[in-house]
Ligand binder design. Sequence first.
Ligand code: ADP
Ligand code: ADP
Length: 228
Amino acid sequence: VPLLEIDNVTLQYKTTEHLVTAAQDVSFKVYPADRYILLGPSGCGKSTLLKAIGGYMKPVQGRILLNGGEVREPNPERMMVFQEFDQLLPWKTVRENVEFALEASGRLQGKAAAERAAYYIDKVGLAKFIDSYPHTLSGGMKQRVSIARGMAMEPAVLLMDEPFAALDALTRRKMQDELLRLWDDTRFTVLFVTHSIEEAIRIGTRILLLTPHPGQVKAELNSIPAAE
Ligand code: ADP
Ligand code: ADP
């Protein structure tokens, strides 16, 4: 079975005036240890799909399955890393931010949480900043803390919603390289949303192309390894 199955999913927002269909009849499958990209123009429903996969929103039609079981609510098995890094808790240090996520979710407590936090903070190159507060770090460094926090949960799939969009071009490039290096080490499954073709090509092994609905997934493009 696939790790994740998006089966004929339609997603709507209910506003005071009307229903907005954000995604319609979307189907695709995610298998372990690949880097999947959801690529498409602004407004085509990428973020909404990711929110639904994260369990933050319920489909009005279709099903979202994780390891064959229906996704009903947020769960550390599908950890999300967002575009903005202001979700780090400013009164907690880098280590405490990562520990807090582990403890609050019930993943790990005490010494085990501290050790897991330190391991991933080191992996993203911030060992020297483990006791620093977020406001003393650069944008790229804060975003690396967010990634460490997501990875520390060791989720079945890491959901990343334009995580580098707020960064300048040079830092974004560095973060893309960093993510690829981390992935080489750990082979986590990632589902990454972007509207940038360039980013999709750099980051992805599989690219899911979304267009405005209906029947949104138009193509699945697989990367072809360059000849040695
Ligand atoms: P993308 O991530 O591809 O840019 P979104 O998932 O953010 O697209 O949005 C898809 C559609 O849903 C858009 O038409 C957008 O205006 C609408 N939408 C997104 N969020 C909301 C919301 N909270 N309430 C109403 N409509 C929304
Ligand atoms: P990034 O954080 O991705 O390396 P930034 O441009 O955000 O790139 O970094 C801003 C500043 O923080 C730079 O001067 C950089 O040298 C410094 N910096 C970033 N990471 C570290 C690190 N692990 N150790 C020391 N300095 C760092």
